[in-house]
Every structure is written in C-alpha cells, then in structure tokens.
Ligand binder design. Structure first.
Ligand code: ADP
Ligand code: MG
Length: 241
C-alpha cells in the first residue's frame, strides 16, 4: 500500500506484472556508480522523472520491461542508465568484438540524440558507443564497429544491412545481452516490425529486452508479447491507450 501511494505521488505510475520493484526517489538509490552520478549532477539532472523513478529499478532488476510515457518525459535516461550499468559489468569490447548492448530507434535523428546522451557517460563508464544509421557512410560505421564497441545505437534498417553484410563481424551479436527498442509505437507505424523481429531473432534468447513508447496501441502490445518475457508494464500519466 505504501508503494502504491508512492507511485501515485511520483506521478500516476501504474504497473502491470508481478513483483515490480519499488520506485526510487533519488538517483543515488539506483545503484549507479559515483562517476555516473557525478555526470548526472553536472548535467543538472537532480531528480528522476516518474518513468525514470520506476523504470530504472525495474530495468536494473534484470526484468523485461515496457515503459509507456509521453514524449519529453525522460525515457532516454530510464533505459540508458541501466544500459550503462550493464556495460560496466561486462568485459570491454576488444577489436572485432560485437557490442554488449544494442539500442534501436526509428530514425537517424533519434539515434543521434541517444548517442549524444550516451557519450556524456563514456568517460565515467569507460565505454565505447557507436551510432549506425542509413544514408551516410556505411564504411566508416563498419570501421568503427570493427574497432570494438560496447554499445551500438542504430536504426532498424541499418542494423539489418549490417546483419546482411556479415563481412566484418559487425553483425556479431553474440555478446548482446541487453536490447532496447525506443519509440516502439513509431517503429511500428513506420513498418519496421519485420526488421525488429529479425534483429531480436539474431540475439541470444536469454537477453534482457525492454521497449519504450509514448503510446501503447494493440500492435505494440502484440510485438511486446512476442519478444519480451514476463514483462513489467509501466505506464505513466493518462496516455497509455
Ligand atoms: P522522451 O524520450 O520521453 O521523449 P527524453 O529522454 O528525450 O524524453 O527527455 C526529454 C528532456 O528532458 C531532455 O531534454 C532531457 O535532457 C530532459 N531530462 C531527462 N531526464 C531529466 C531529469 N531527471 N531531470 C531533468 N531533465 C531531464
Ligand atoms: Mg525518447
């Protein structure tokens, strides 16, 4: 009952699914390293937004999650901070090694935005992120990936291209254990569902998979049922249907 009250107070957070961890009220409760907390402080992120307050402990508990909250509510950090912790716990990628985490976003602009946010933490976590999208030099992206990347942020189309090429082990998804599908509703509207299904089929089944979306239409729920395992659903505010 206390937790239910806390969720209401934090901003109308609703949950579906069993054994959902309690939301955090401060980033310092999240189990992130002090180096990461320093970056947050310097960037002026004082308190977690509602989707971050509930999303971060859910993702950090290792669960599959679908997080639904309106645009501008801070979904990027809700998945990026758990991804950073995940990366920090893995061996760094050596040359030719594939990433430990993949983030898929519908457009080049969004991929670049997420990449920009991830780069703020590169030093604190000692990780290498690579951004891959269509419409620009695939060769440069491949060269960068070949040098080894801990996290790859990409559009569905480009990831499929990389998988199809399979030349320089860039399509090596063997090490991937954390997958994020951002703006799932938009990816669905843009017709990316077959690509998304194909990508996750190439990733080991014991991966952690999370989806974030501004809305939660039936098709997105169907996709979630297909690729997530016993997910927790987090819905913030009133725009969940
Ligand atoms: P969404 O993905 O839900 O549309 P974003 O992750 O892009 O939202 O965040 C929207 C804006 O809010 C960004 O400018 C981001 O820097 C800012 N922001 C995110 N988290 C926080 C926070 N905890 N405190 C203050 N600002 C934040
Ligand atoms: Mg977003």
């Amino acid at each position: 009952a206390d937790v239910a009250k806390l969720r209401r107070q934090l901003g109308n957070i609703r949950i579906r699914g069993k054994r959902c961890p309690k939301p955090i009220t401060d980033f310092s409760q999240s189990g992130l390293s002090s180096a990461v907390l320093d970056v947050l402080r310097r960037a002026g992120y004082e308190h977690p937004t509602p989707i971050q307050a509930q999303g971060i402990p859910c993702l950090m508990s290792g669960r599959d999650v679908i997080g639904v909250a309106r645009t501008g509510s801070g979904k990027t950090l809700a998945f990026l901070l758990p991804v950073l912790r995940h990366i920090a716990l893995q061996p760094r990628a050596g040359p030719g090694e594939g990433p430990a985490a993949v983030v898929i976003a519908p457009t080049r602009e969004l991929a670049i935005q997420i990449y920009g946010e991830a780069k703020k933490f590169s030093k604190a976590v000692q990780m290498k992120s690579v951004c891959a999208y269509g419409g620009s030099g695939v060769k440069d992206q491949i060269a960068e990936l070949k040098r080894g990347a801990d996290i790859v942020i990409c559009t569905p189309g480009r990831m499929i291209d990389l998988l199809a090429m399979n030349s320089g082990r860039i399509s090596n998804l063997r090490r991937v254990t954390f997958v994020v599908l951002d703006e799932a509703d938009r990816m669905f509207d843009m017709g990316f569902e077959p690509q998304l299904t194909r990508i996750v089929e190439n990733i080991r089944p014991d991966r952690q998979t999370v989806m974030f979306s501004a809305t939660f239409p039936a098709q997105v729920e169907k996709l979630a049922r297909k690729i997530l395992q016993q997910p927790l659903e987090i819905m913030v505010g009133g725009n969940s249907v």
